[in-house]
Design a binder for this molecule. Structure first.
Ligand code: AMP
Length: 480
């Protein structure tokens, strides 16, 4: 088994990580650390919880220490970009642990916190700055810092940054950075846009992957309950009551839904809290701390608020609503089974969410085991993976669920669930509002131009003068 000693890190860094209790490097650390030390640009295809912060953080610290430089006022030596406040603050906390016995200064900036305070902190110069893209640009515009001295750049959870519409801020930031520089990109999934981003940012990168993209961490035991939307809250309470000592993270689709569900749980005597975009940064931080300390056992969250957060000991992740973006399922369930532990991911699938479930299974290349309720038949000819093709059953899922609802024997609470809104539609705008940062439209919604240079708003819209309009029916006179 590879040891930290053989990776080439400075002895002082090895000593620090030993004192943090890291005994052996994780697979992504074994792969990435020597390459980053060599100075290579790197694409790391790694899921959350695999130890990727140390994979880029430790060799970066090694470089910065060996250069024996100090940052000038309002400059930065290494920049780490992350999609959310929570992830940025978590990375900064990890890095502060790593540089404990050195002179290196770690800074962190993100939206929702005092910009005045952040400006002041940047004045002294920063060795490693962790930032969310929107707030970073704000600070650059206010002349709180310059980026032309950045020699190391890390894009963490790149797929999430693009998903949140950060492509334009990222392009702006790229134009401000110093060259030559070493760039590292980490992503749990590799959609086309991330591939394009890596081509624009990285120079002859090496790729390292710990597992196939889109595959959920092997140690997570996944299952799905087929249940109607109104019955979900009651089912959740039953599941939570069975496992009172566990730490459970529950994902709801909307901020409103998360809050309502949390209140229902608290009213039933569960120790629960919530994190979402309607909560202040202080409230979110306190809720995460209470969850980490075990004061509350259940945290209800939206995708954006919970993205990338590392809470060891989360034994169960509940998908109260299925995510509309299939990749988010991988991110959500990655909150459990952190650092080699095992965990359980339980999805609640209402009839109207069945297509979302199928999209998730398609991404992962396998079918999720049914734990409760009955799986509806796949649409004709649309089966995939190991599942057999089935014909559309007369007795549809909807009918069955409706029947079950009428006789809902065990259902003690029929409040309609916390988030009964029907799925569908684009949720990016909602996610952006949730993240509470300056956001721009994602690339795929910008206006497009046709060949003649005429601007039209949406593909499919009929405001292109070259396109024939709807043919009018002309009533012809019958021939005489
Ligand atoms: P990350 O994927 O960077 O968020 O890391 C997930 C968790 O694994 C964090 O709690 C880290 O402190 C922990 N961790 C990272 N590397 C190691 C290691 N080599 N040994 C033990 N724990 C680790």
């Amino acid at each position: 088994m590879t040891q930290f000693e053989s990776l080439g890190l400075a002895p002082s860094i090895q000593k620090t990580i030993k004192s943090l209790g890291y005994e052996t490097p994780t697979p992504i650390q074994v792969e990435a650390i020597p390459l980053v030390l060599e100075g290579r640009d790197l694409i790391g295809l790694a899921q959350t919880g695999t130890g990727k912060t140390a994979a880029f953080g430790l060799p970066l610290i090694h470089h910065l220490l060996s250069e024996k430089e100090r940052p000038a006022s309002k400059t930065v030596r290494a920049l780490i970009l992350a999609p959310t406040r929570e992830l940025a603050s978590q990375i900064a906390t990890n890095l502060r642990d790593f540089v404990r016995h050195t002179h290196l200064r770690i800074g962190v900036v993100f939206g929702g916190a005092s910009i005045h305070f952040q400006k002041k902190n940047l004045e002294r110069g920063t060795d490693i700055l962790v930032a969310t893209p929107g707030r970073l640009l704000d600070l650059v515009e206010r002349k709180a810092l310059r980026l032309d001295t950045v020699k190391y750049l890390v894009l963490d959870e790149a797929d999430q940054m693009l998903d949140l519409g950060f492509i334009v801020p990222l392009r702006k930031i790229a134009a401000l950075l110093g060259t030559p520089r070493q760039t590292l990109l980490f992503s749990a999934t590799m959609p086309k846009q991330v591939e394009q981003l890596s081509q624009a940012y990285l120079n002859n990168p090496v790729r390292v992957a710990t597992s196939a993209p889109g595959r959920a961490v092997d140690k997570i035991n996944q299952s799905v309950h087929f249940v109607s939307q109104p019955d979900k809250a009651a089912l959740l309470k039953v599941c939570l009551a069975e496992r009172e000592d566990d730490l459970s993270l529950v994902f709801a689709r909307t901020k409103h839904g998360a809050e309502k569900l949390m209140k229902q749980l608290v009213a039933r005597g569960f120790k629960a809290g919530s994190i979402h975009g309607n909560k202040s940064q202080g409230q979110r931080t306190r809720a995460i701390k209470a969850f980490k300390d075990g004061e509350i056992r259940i945290l209800v969250a939206t995708d954006v608020a919970a993205r990338g957060i590392d809470i060891s000991g989360v034994s169960h992740v509940y998908n109260f609503n299925l995510p509309e973006v299939p990749e988010n399922y991988v991110h959500r369930i990655g909150r459990t089974a952190r650092a080699g532990a095992s965990g359980k991911a339980i999805a609640f699938c209402a009839p109207e969410e069945f297509q979302l479930l199928r999209d998730i299974e398609k991404l992962m290349g396998s079918r999720i085991e049914t734990e409760g309720g009955e799986r509806p038949a796949d649409p004709v000819g649309r089966s995939f993976g190991k599942g057999k093709k089935r014909s559309r059953s007369k007795n549809s899922f909807n009918q069955k669920v409706r029947g079950r609802q009428q006789s809902a024997k065990w259902s003690p609470d029929r409040t309609g669930g916390a988030d009964a809104s029907a799925p569908g539609g684009q949720n990016k705008r909602r996610q952006n509002a949730d993240a509470g940062e300056t956001r721009t439209s994602p690339d795929n919604v910008v206006a497009i131009r046709d060949n003649a240079g005429q601007k039209f708003q949406k593909p499919g819209g009929n405001n292109n003068p070259n396109r024939p309009g709807k043919r009018r029916r002309v009533r012809r006179k019958p021939a005489a």
